[in-house]
Ligand binder design. Structure first.
Ligand SMILES: [Zn+2]
Length: 77
């Protein structure tokens, strides 16, 4: 079973850590994690964009499934 298919607090903590330490974490700072339909999702409480959490050999990967308002979370780079 993939880690991203496990509904545990350990996986939740790793998702938050991996998201926050990546490029996306610099843009979307107020996130919410949910376990739904057998997998994890990350959504931004500020701009409402949503990501599907994907398992890799390294840090978790975050695939954007719906866009948020770029004015609410501007990419400052
Ligand atoms: Zn955002």
């Amino acid at each position: 079973m993939l880690l991203t298919e496990k509904n545990t607090t350990t996986v939740d903590r790793r998702i938050r850590r991996d998201f926050a330490s990546g490029d996306l974490g610099r843009v979307h700072r107020k996130i919410e994690t949910t376990f739904e339909h057998g997998q994890w999702w990350v959504s931004c409480r500020n701009c409402s964009c949503q990501f599907s959490v994907c398992d890799t050999n390294g840090p978790f990967d975050f695939e954007q499934v719906s866009g948020g308002d770029p004015l609410l979370c501007p990419d400052e780079d």
